[in-house]
Each structure stands twice: as structure tokens, then as C-alpha cells.
Design a protein around this ligand. Structure first.
Ligand code: TEU
Ligand code: CA
Length: 532
């Protein structure tokens, strides 16, 4: 298999607002990332994905862009960005930007002009109607808002300040392709594309089935023209460039996902959410328990569906992975299970994405009251909920702010993130769980991740090998082989808090293990072994 750089590099997701604050205004920034490049290099990752850093009124933390080619002032300047790009490349670390083109901010020049009336260049850049349909939005009850100025309704699948672009308009697409090419000409190495499979809406915008406002992805996800637009974008921007594009594609499944990646004419990879929706009962706020069999069947299913997968346990929209898939009831279990779930997912076939802080086993945050929250989705959910107590409990489990608290660099006053009070509170466990402490602890989660990332980005069998699940029947063990040129590596993960008897093992060639003296005949709770 001729390999692309993104098939042999681990990608590290940085949430700039919470990574490192270099000028002590309580908000992370680009110079803060520059100051941590040695940490990233030492971790062994080969690329970083930055969440949006563009000019934005921050209604949805940067996912509401008012100028695609200006850096958000809180994050710094274009000069800071150029220096960051150059210094990352000097360390042979690639840079992936976030592309948010399903919608813009309502403060973007295009929308301001478009709102002025029906007879200007931008009038048809958004989706305007005299009458709204009954679609619900992700963040607010109705997906439509009325513009007094234009005397029409405009569509916004997300917040009122995130109007959807009209991709059926050639000029919209051309303006976006030109913008993408200007960033690629600057030397960025690729894009993570926000809700990219929602850009084409069903002809005639039919009403959803049901009473009131109806969430209707059947009419705005994976619509027919999507494939034409993705092919055109690839032809216009990415062909002939050594870059990578990964699409965030909610509402995909094993039947429709292959059409996005398998022929290489559209996207290189997708983020699908089957695993991260495993504990959602109808919607993300109704949390249901999941079992190991469900966990491993989802992962195995996708290993056998796509030629190449993205591998991730969380991101800036999800709760912390060790709190969700691991066990944080004791410090020992938190450390051991954080290592186990990382191996379980990242030694599968595909490109690994690690979200900032996962390598430190950062966990969900014990928020105590609603005004500690900053995320529009959680705050709207809470404000619209009848049962506030239940709503707050759900937010503690699934709220996006769990992922967005400051990176825990050390045990100093503001966790080494800043010298002043950060924009959102710090997890009080930072005194115990921080990079400084783990750096010098040979058995830390951080040092374990370094070993795992080394194997992931250098071992031929792990990079190129096929996937074969073993011990399928177990409701405690997730185990599989990676096979390449008749060589095999076996990964065995005890995902339970019980000791599990197993067949006698040959323990001579242990590549990686998260306990000191593994036993021949059983696995300890949350033990993981990688055998050559
Ligand atoms: O997220 C899209 C998306 O699917 C999320 O809204 C998800 O459903 C929800 O957050 C799960 O709780 C992308 C970005 O990742 C997210 O941060 C933005 O808020 C959203 O698009 C709009 O741009
Ligand atoms: Ca700052």
C-alpha cells in the first residue's frame, strides 16, 4: 500500500482556547501553542488539528466565523499563525485547520450583504424563504429565524448566529474553494471539515414528520448533490497537493459512509459517531449504559467496512474518554483504564486522533452550577429543560464543556495554563493529574502514550496490517490481531473491573502492557497487553 503521511502519523487535536495562555488574559492563544511545540514533539505526534482560530463573535466558540482569513484577535495575529506554522514544520509536525463552511457567522460580510435584499451579489448566498418549514435546530427549537431587514426567514441548523450557506449557488462554492486554496498556498497540510455532509439540503426543504419543530436529518444529511460538491471541492483544491481532508460526518452508517471515502474521490477519512453515540438513548442527554460486546462490535464493524478509518475516543464536543469508557472510581483504575482504552482503539487500523489532555487521563469536570458552563448547546439545553436537576446531571455526563477546561500543565495556581483566572474553570484534580508530574513518572499515562504513539507510527504490522477480531464471545475482553506479511501482533484488552482467566499466554514478546508483572493465566481489571 503506497502510504500517505496521514496514515503513519498520529494527529493531536488542540482546542486553542484551552491549550496554553501566553499573555495571561485567561484565554489560550497561538503563542501559547508555539511555547508547547517541544511538548508535542516529545509526545511523538506527527500533526496537529486546530479547532477554529478565525475571526468570530464566538457564539459557538469559533464555529461561527465572520472572516475566514483573519485570526481571532484573542488568539493572536496572522504573523503569530505564520510563525506557528513554520515552527511546527521545522519540527516535522503537520498543521490541519478546521474548515467550517456549512454555515458562517451572521456577522460575516456575506450574510450582512445578503440580509440587505434580493438584488445584490450575496442575496442568494444563504437559504432564505418567505415561510419556514418545521425543522428543529441542533441548538435552538426552530432552525429558522426572521430577518426584519430582508423580511424573510433564513435557515440555521445550529444557532441563530450560524446561518447555513447555500451550496447550490456556484459562486458560494467558488468563493469557498478560493479561500481553501489560499490557506493551502500558505502551507497548511489539510482540513478537518465541520459537518461537511450537511452542506446539501433536500430539494424543496420538505417538512419533517411530526408535531412542532422536528429534527429532520433525513432532509439535510447525505443529500444527493453532496457527492458532486465533495468531488468538485477535491478537484478544485486538494488534487495535486500532499494534503489530507477528514470530514466530520454525523448521521453516517456502514451503508452510506463508504461512498464518502472508499473511492478516494471525495474525502480521505471521516469522523463517524457510532462509538460516541453508544450511550445515547434517543438523544445525547438521555444516557444509557453500554456493554463491552456493543463497544467491540461497533469498532469491528467499521474495521471491516472502510478501507481506512479515523480512530478517536473523544473530541471538543464529547465528554472525557476515561470518564466514559474507562473507570475513574480509583486513581489506580483511572490510570490503568486510560491506558487500556487508548490501546484498544489506537492500535486498530486507521489514523489516530488524540484530543488534548487524553494523554494525561484528564477526566470529566465536577461542575457545581450552570453559570460555570460556557457551551451554547449545554446552556440552551438547560434553559429549555423542564427538569433542571436532571438536565444538569446529564450535562455533567455528556456536556461539551467537560472537554474544554484548561490543559493541566502543572500543579501551580492555574495549572500552568495561565497566570490569571481562565475563561472557564479548571478541573480541581489538576494538582494530581498534570503533565509536569507525569513527565517524570515512568508509569504515567503520558509516558505510556509516548510508547503507544511510537508503536502506532513506526510498526509496519500496526500501520499496514489487516484486522481480525478474536475472543469474540467474551463480554469482558476486547481482543484482535493485526496481521501483515504473515507476522502478527495480538492486542488483548480487559475492559472490565474483574480478573479474567485466559488461555496460557506466551509472555516473552510483550510490546506494551499497563501492569508490571502480567500473569500467564489471567488478566487483571483493565489490563491491556500487546504481544508480538
Ligand atoms: O459539531 C457537529 C455536531 O455534530 C455536534 O453538534 C454534535 O452533534 C454535538 O455537539 C454533540 O453534542 C460540529 C462542531 O464539532 C461543533 O463544535 C459545532 O458546535 C458544530 O459543528 C457547529 O459548527
Ligand atoms: Ca491569551
Amino acid at each position: 500500500m503506497s502510504r500517505n503521511w496521514w496514515q503513519e502519523r498520529v494527529i493531536y487535536q488542540i482546542y486553542p482556547r484551552s491549550f496554553c495562555d501566553s499573555n495571561n488574559d485567561g484565554i489560550g492563544d497561538l503563542r501559547g501553542i508555539i511555547n508547547k511545540i517541544d511538548y508535542l514533539k516529545d509526545l511523538g505526534i506527527g500533526a496537529v488539528w486546530l479547532n477554529p482560530i478565525y475571526e468570530s463573535p464566538n457564539d459557538d466558540m469559533g464555529y461561527d466565523i465572520s472572516d475566514y482569513e483573519k485570526i481571532m484577535s484573542e488568539f493572536g495575529s496572522m504573523e503569530d499563525f505564520d510563525e506557528l506554522l513554520e515552527k511546527l514544520h521545522q519540527k516535522d509536525i503537520k498543521l490541519i485547520m478546521d474548515l467550517v463552511v456549512n454555515h458562517t457567522s451572521d456577522e460575516h460580510k456575506w450574510f450582512i450583504e445578503s440580509s440587505k435584499g434580493k438584488n445584490n451579489k450575496y442575496s442568494d448566498y444563504y437559504i432564505w424563504r418567505d415561510e419556514p418549514n418545521n425543522w428543529a435546530s441542533f441548538f435552538v427549537p426552530s432552525a429558522w429565524s426572521y430577518s426584519q431587514e430582508r423580511e424573510q426567514w433564513y435557515l440555521h441548523l445550529f444557532s441563530k448566529k450560524q446561518p447555513d450557506l447555500n451550496w447550490d449557488n456556484n459562486e458560494v462554492r467558488q468563493d469557498i474553494y478560493d479561500m481553501i486554496n489560499r490557506w493551502l498556498d500558505k502551507g497548511v497540510d489539510g482540513f478537518r471539515m465541520d459537518v461537511i455532509n450537511l452542506i446539501s439540503k433536500a430539494e424543496g426543504l420538505p417538512n419533517g414528520i411530526g408535531e412542532g419543530f422536528v429534527f429532520s436529518p433525513e432532509y439535510f444529511a447525505m443529500q444527493p448533490k453532496l457527492h458532486d460538491y465533495l468531488k468538485q471541492m477535491r478537484q478544485s483544491c486538494f488534487v495535486g497537493r500532499d494534503c489530507m481532508c477528514v470530514g466530520e460526518t454525523p448521521f453516517t452508517n456502514v451503508d452510506n459512509a463508504p461512498s464518502l471515502v472508499n473511492d478516494g474521490k471525495e474525502l480521505d477519512m471521516i469522523f463517524q459517531f457510532d462509538l460516541l453515540d453508544i450511550d445515547s438513548n434517543g438523544d445525547k442527554w438521555h444516557v444509557k449504559p453500554f456493554d463491552v460486546k456493543e463497544f467491540k462490535s461497533i469498532l469491528s464493524k467499521w474495521q471491516n467496512t472502510l478501507k481506512w478509518n479515523s480512530l478517536f475516543l473523544s473530541n471538543h464536543d464529547q465528554p472525557r474518554s476515561v470518564s466514559r469508557f474507562g473507570n475513574t472510581s480509583t486513581k489506580e483504575y483511572r490510570i490503568r483504564s486510560a491506558k487500556m482504552i487508548a490501546v484498544a482503539v489506537h492500535l486498530l487500523r486507521g489514523t489516530s486522533f488524540i484530543f488534548q489532555g487524553e494523554e494525561l487521563a484528564m477526566a470529566n469536570v465536577p461542575f457545581t452550577e450552570i453559570n460555570e458552563l460556557r457551551d451554547i448547546e449545554s446552556i440552551n439545553f438547560y434553559n429549555n429543560a423542564k427538569d433542571k436537576k436532571w438536565a444538569f446531571e446529564s450535562i455533567l455526563k455528556k456536556g461539551r464543556d467537560n472537554a474544554r477546561t484548561p490543559m493541566q500543565w502543572d500543579s501551580s495556581l492555574f495549572a500552568g495554563f495561565s497566570k490569571t483566572t481562565p475563561w472557564i474553570c479548571i478541573n480541581p484534580d489538576y494538582v494530581d493529574f498534570n503533565a509536569e508530574k507525569q513527565k517524570y513518572d515512568e508509569k504515567s499515562v503520558l509516558n505510556f502514550y509516548k510508547k503507544l504513539i511510537k508503536i502506532k507510527s513506526t510498526n509496519e504490522i500496526i500501520i499496514e496490517g489487516t484486522f481480525k477480531q478474536v475472543m469474540k464471545e467474551s463480554d469482558k475482553i476486547f481482543a484482535y490481531d493485526r496481521i501483515f506479511r504473515n507476522k502478527k501482533i495480538r492486542i488483548i484488552c480487559n475492559m472490565s473491573d474483574e480478573k479474567v482467566i485466559i488461555e496460557k499466554q506466551d509472555l516473552n514478546n510483550i510490546l506494551l502492557c499497563n501492569i508490571d508483572n502480567p500473569n500467564l493465566y489471567y488478566l487483571l481489571p483493565y489490563e491491556v497487553r500487546v504481544l508480538n
